[in-house]
Design a protein around this ligand. Structure first.
Ligand SMILES: [Zn+2]
Length: 222
């Protein structure tokens, strides 16, 4: 598994350094300094996405310029190591919302293998891996896959997003999910169309028992 292809791990010791802004100091906890922490607003909000396939859908932070920029750098500018502070944000929400109760497996929204080859990593997979390791809950990798390389959802309107995402995901090994309670991780949700489609496939093809979803933030207008 060459998960770190595409970006370099940090070449300096990470303890005592804020991975968001690079500052050093005593106040750094979970790779985030007080200044950056003050720029994040925790909502830990549960949203109703109107899907019969989805259990809880929760996101951690209010969508502001600070977190928008960090996620952008993480996804598109090769700041791959940001999976650590971003993972810590999710872990905080998981504890506060009691999301680990009964969770058997953690998984993530897959990207198409062609996009992964270009980017070098799947941003949600890295975060899910970090969360899985920290919480000691098994990670399911490459069993829920994306079979179509779609247009980015953020370029589309609500109707086209739903159309764009239909038939995009597939289960390659249903035994992995059968009768399991699954937590699926995404970086940012907007209409929730992607996460709803994943939940549908996990239940219908994967015969999962329950699917909860967790994202860092939501661009949704509420
Ligand atoms: Zn900072």
């Amino acid at each position: 598994m060459k998960i770190f292809d595409g970006f370099n791990e940090l070449l300096f010791p990470e303890e005592g350094i804020c991975l968001f802004c690079g500052s050093e100091g005593e106040d750094i906890k979970n790779y985030i300094c007080n200044y950056c922490r003050d720029n994040m607003e925790y909502l830990n909000r549960e949203v109703d996405l109107g899907s019969p396939y989805l259990g809880k859908a929760v996101y951690s932070l209010f969508y502001n310029e600070f977190i928008r920029e960090k996620i952008y750098l993480y996804k598109y500018e090769n700041y791959g190591y940001l999976y650590k502070p971003l993972g810590e944000i999710l872990i905080k929400t998981i504890y506060e919302k009691n999301l680990t109760e009964n969770i058997d497996i953690i998984t993530y929204v897959p990207i198409h293998r062609r996009r992964k080859a270009i980017r070098g990593y799947n941003q949600s997979e890295l975060i899910a891996k970090y969360v899985s390791k920290s919480l000691d809950i098994p990670l399911s990798r490459e069993k829920l896959i994306r079979v179509k390389n779609t247009k980015p959802q953020n370029k589309l309107n609500r109707y086209d997003r739903i159309k764009n995402i239909e038939g995009v995901f597939k289960i390659v090994d249903s035994i992995e999910f059968e009768n399991k309670e699954i937590l699926i991780i995404d970086d940012i949700t907007t209409t929730g169309a992607t996460i709803k489609e994943c939940a549908k496939v996990l239940l219908e093809e994967g015969h999962a028992k329950k699917v909860d979803a967790l994202a860092i933030t939501s661009g949704m207008k509420l």
